[in-house]
Design a protein around this ligand. Structure first.
Ligand code: SF4
Ligand code: SF4
Length: 436
């Protein structure tokens, strides 16, 4: 289309806002690609769709890059045909871009690890998502989950009374085993504690046993801890949607609640994107000077065992297990050895899957993909790579430190009929724990 053609209001806004989002890190990645193709085979979408170049990371990146070249880089203004600069004009152009940035990439950053030029596609793919979201162009699931998190403070729209009721229910379940009153097993809104524990709303809705297991561990360790009645969701859909304002609002809610309770440390339950959002990105999004420490519950559990605060008998977890590294937890936050150290303390037969650590493949549910049902067929197709990895471990249990990955892996396991179970470290630790 000619540059003289009129632009839709939304397309115009996207281009204007792109200029406000460009920073050194973003521009570095937008200009550095030399199209060597070394990242191509890193992407699980490419491996599952041989012969289809539209899944190649550099191809997908170029759909965003062309806008930068045309509007913000002098080479594209002078020689647009030479540097493949281009623009967006219509709402249909934006829809096409939406299908690439939301539907063909999980922002897993595996291609980044394999790029000699340090191009971080996921960073500007997220920016492109945010630009589209700002003009209302997004998958329906993204709109629904974002709205829930804006309005209720948690991305599954869990009401405060349901959340508190679930905590009380879990505490009551443990009363007999732990010989303590429910209010002391899961203390709610207790001020001046050493630990404030934040969770993923999925735990309230679908997996309350992980709350009970964590409570059991804190209780046996004799921890001074509490769970907040509000501002308890450590997940953040802003990371997936590219909406920094949502990211900041969600993080701030959590930080302010911990500050109000005068908690000394915020412990984040096992969730890759939740950990990355809360611990790494949130302070920037929220412009908040966080006055307390933040750590993953994996570190907390490991410390309890090493310090002798809890005793474990690893023979209670004797079945062969493998471990799936979450993209956000391992690749983006470097949490690779701590989960393995913990695994080896609480189970007897841990088998690596290959590749692993920062080179592991996405569960397919990253980047909020589980909420975008229109892309489910291509997501499950891309899961072929994960399914092969899982199958080769010869185990029936896969552990992961991410609630999002629990869902992504469960879907892949079901689709490829692998007959495996997915669980988390908190469940293994609680099962191995010796209660005297
Ligand atoms: S490896 Fe890096 S430089 Fe090469 S095509 Fe991929 S993104 Fe571009
Ligand atoms: S970030 Fe992940 S899904 Fe996206 S292109 Fe790179 S390897 Fe593929």
């Amino acid at each position: 289309m000619s540059e003289k053609q009129e632009r839709s209001h939304k397309a115009q806004k996207v281009l204007e806002r792109m200029g406000q989002k460009l920073n050194r890190q973003m521009v570095g990645s937008l200009v550095a690609c030399v199209h060597c193709g070394m990242c191509t085979e890193s992407c699980h979408y490419v491996l599952a769709n041989p012969g289809d170049p539209t899944y190649a990371p550099a191809y997908k990146a170029d759909r965003i890059r062309k806008l930068f070249k045309r509007h913000f880089d002098w080479t594209g203004r002078v020689f647009p045909w030479w540097v493949k600069a281009g623009s967006v004009f219509t709402d249909a152009d934006l829809e096409e871009l939406k299908d690439i940035v939301f539907g063909k990439c999980t922002n897993c950053r595996r291609c980044t690890m394999n790029c000699p030029m340090g191009v971080d596609l996921a960073t500007f793919n997220r920016m492109a998502r945010g630009l589209l979201v700002s003009v209302g162009v997004m998958p329906e699931g993204v709109a629904v989950v974002s709205k829930d998190q804006w309005e209720t403070g948690n991305q599954m729209g869990v009401l405060k009374e349901d959340y508190v009721e679930t905590l009380e229910w879990m505490a009551e379940e443990l009363e007999e085993e732990l010989g303590a009153p429910a209010a002391d097993i899961i203390p709610i809104d207790r001020p001046d504690c050493d630990v404030v524990y934040s969770i993923n709303p999925r735990e309230v809705k679908y997996d309350p046993r992980s709350i009970a297991d964590a409570a059991k561990i804190f209780h046996v360790a004799g921890e001074s801890w509490t769970m907040p009645s509000e501002g308890w969701d450590m997940t953040n859909f802003g990371l997936f949607s590219g909406d920094d304002a949502l990211g900041g609002s969600v993080s701030r809610r959590l930080y302010e609640k911990v500050s109000e309770l005068r908690g000394k440390r915020l412990v984040i339950s096992e969730c890759g994107h939740g950990y990355r959002s809360t611990r790494c990105e949130g302070p920037n999004w929220a412009q908040y000077d966080v006055p307390f420490e933040m750590e993953s519950s994996v570190i907390t559990m490991l410390r309890y065992i090493k310090d002798g605060r809890i005793k474990v008998d690893k023979t209670r977890n004797a079945q062969p297990v493998t471990y799936h590294d979450s993209c956000n937890f391992a690749r983006s936050c470097g949490m690779v050895e701590e989960p393995r150290e913990l695994l080896n303390l609480v189970c007897t037969d841990f088998r690596e899957m290959y590749p692993n650590r920062a080179e592991n493949y996405c569960c397919t549910g990253g980047g909020g993909a589980m909420s975008m049902s229109e892309y489910t067929p291509q997501r499950l197709k891309s899961g072929k790579v994960k399914a092969e990895q899982l199958k080769a471990t010869n185990t029936e249990v896969v552990i992961t430190s991410c609630h999002n990955c629990v869902d992504g892996l469960t879907d892949v396991i079901r689709h490829y009929e692998l007959g495996m179970e997915v669980t988390q470290l908190v469940n293994l630790v609680a099962n191995a724990m010796v209660i005297e």
